[in-house]
Write a protein that binds this ligand. Sequence first.
Ligand code: GLV
Ligand code: MN
Ligand code: MN
Length: 400
Amino acid sequence: MIDQKRLLRRTTELAQIGGSGAAVSRLGLSADEQRARDLVGTWLSAKGAQVRRDAAANLFARFGGEGEAILVGSHLDSVPEGGRFDGALGVLCAVEALESLVDAEVRLRRPVEVVAWADEEGARFGVGLFGSAASFGRLAPGVADRRDRDGVSIAEALRALGERGDPAAARRDPAELAAYLELHIEQGPRLDGAGLPLGIVSDIVGIYHARVTIRGRADHAGATVMTARADALAAASEMVLAVERIARGRADSVGTVGEIAVRPGAKNVVPGEAVFSLDLRAARDHDGLVREVLDGVTSVASSRGVTATIDELARVPVTSLDPKIREVLKRATKSVGVEAPELVSGAGHDAQNPALSGVRTGMIFVRSTGGSHTPREFASVEDAALGAQALANAIRELAS
Ligand code: GLV
Ligand code: MN
Ligand code: MN
């Protein structure tokens, strides 16, 4: 039986780490993320799990011995000023599902591992799905040298957490895994709109992340006539609008510039450099979207006499989740009384890494009434408990 009181208590306890009011700022590979991992590890070792951390700071807690395991979990980091449910709810419900199975003395033929992936959001270093990418051997080369705004590299951040600084050493053989399950808040409005507590993910959008550096020429803002300028910010602005226009013109596509910085950054200097982020997602023809946007950036750069350097940070293709696991999740949600619809996820998830590595993967969505990546995100404990029970049912079917 899922213990709603315990689930609520732990949700609140976890949210204190890096939290202030409803907001949580618990960045990946930070000391706060580590404290969250330690707390989850304590709960699970008290239940008899073998708890370990790998070279990418992922936490694994294993129940049972040899053989292909069922892996179940999500992430514990958040975006800056995010909420308490994105990622954390998936770990909390995985813990709760396992506790309920252990308490009921359910005999599992396969081992089951709970995982808390490190740095899913990539808010600090720009590398999303970090821990799961490391575990499935999908990190881009040289990633450990990426630096945050304070000049700290991923390798250094890992060393500060007691690791060796070599995240690629976290790689494990996907053949050790019989399946991967992840529960997550929906982050969009569809379940709420349909009045349903749970959904099942069919596909996850393709995601492209890049940092674009525009170099023009810094000049005196009073003494430089308009026709003689190479204004990096004006060029970047035209590119931002091109991203919006292109994404609007394509089916099932979104494009976002969420960060921009200007140098030297003074009101009386024509901007010499602008650096902005690119987040491009599509449920189909993701490559086409990326190509069209990059062509747009290049053509604005040449028409404005500036240069554009594109530093690709991540590229994850559209990911279909396993049809058989979707059937298992269908039964698992039905047995808690929910006719769960299939949904495409517009958010990226750690589940993409196992799925793209050939592990049979499935995801349950729990209704969120306030979207996500803001303190407004909210999943009721009743909905979360239904999700945790469905997860427990699915683990039971897959592991016994
Ligand atoms: C993670 O939440 C993402 O989709 O960016
Ligand atoms: Mn997120
Ligand atoms: Mn998430």
